[in-house]
Design a protein around this ligand. Structure first.
Ligand code: ZN
Length: 197
């Protein structure tokens, strides 16, 4: 069935979003059409404003509308611990745990297959922080996949040049999970990372 062109456009745009398939896009589009005009305008405005005003912090890479970001400006944080994350969304998750150190976000889509991809990463700020003498521990909070593993080893090598201790998040079994169904790598790491009860 042919839809009115503006409606079709809206559905097409919504479908570009992650996890949104054709049915969800159509449902969202129809919802937006039924909503008050002011709501639709606010949604459009929020998208445009975020796109215009948000950029990575020049110091840590977190997404911010002020530079440096509020995390960098917070002088109650422990500057001796530097947590490395792949993207800003990871920091939002880590912040919820109460972690109180500093951050450095890599901000790159990873498809690391060879050394030149690693050399393309902009790590000047990272090295600057390591050279400052303030950082005593680098915590690698990278995704537990092949890219995270390669990147982790690379970053650990750099931190090693500055004689800085490198730790990484423990990999374990998900709460509510079932040992029987855990994959082999997860289970092996959970056994390696066991601690006293
Ligand atoms: Zn920052």
């Amino acid at each position: 069935m042919r839809l009115a062109r503006p409606l079709e456009n809206l559905i097409d745009e919504l479908m570009k979003l992650p996890t949104i398939g054709p049915k969800t896009a159509q449902r969202l589009a129809l919802y937006i059409l039924r909503a008050p005009a002011s709501d639709a305008r606010q949604l459009a405005h929020a998208i445009t404003e975020a796109k215009e005003k948000i950029a990575p912090c020049s110091n840590c890479g977190y997404l911010t509308d002020i530079d440096p970001c509020f995390l960098c400006l917070d002088n109650k944080r422990n500057s001796s611990v530097l947590c490395i994350a792949e993207e800003a969304a990871d920091i939002i998750a880590i912040e919820k745990t109460g972690f109180n150190g500093r951050y450095f976000v890599i901000n790159k889509d990873f498809n690391i297959m060879n050394d030149s991809d690693l050399e393309d990463l902009n790590l000047d700020k990272f090295k600057e922080k390591l050279a400052s003498g303030i950082v005593q521990e680098v915590v690698l909070a990278l995704n537990p996949d092949i890219e995270g593993e390669i990147l982790g080893r690379y970053l650990a090598g750099i931190a090693g040049e500055y004689n800085i201790k490198v730790t990484r998040l423990a990999h374990g079994l998900p709460v509510g999970g079932d040992i029987e169904f855990a994959d082999e790598i997860t289970l092996r790491r959970a056994i390696e990372g066991r601690h006293e009860f």
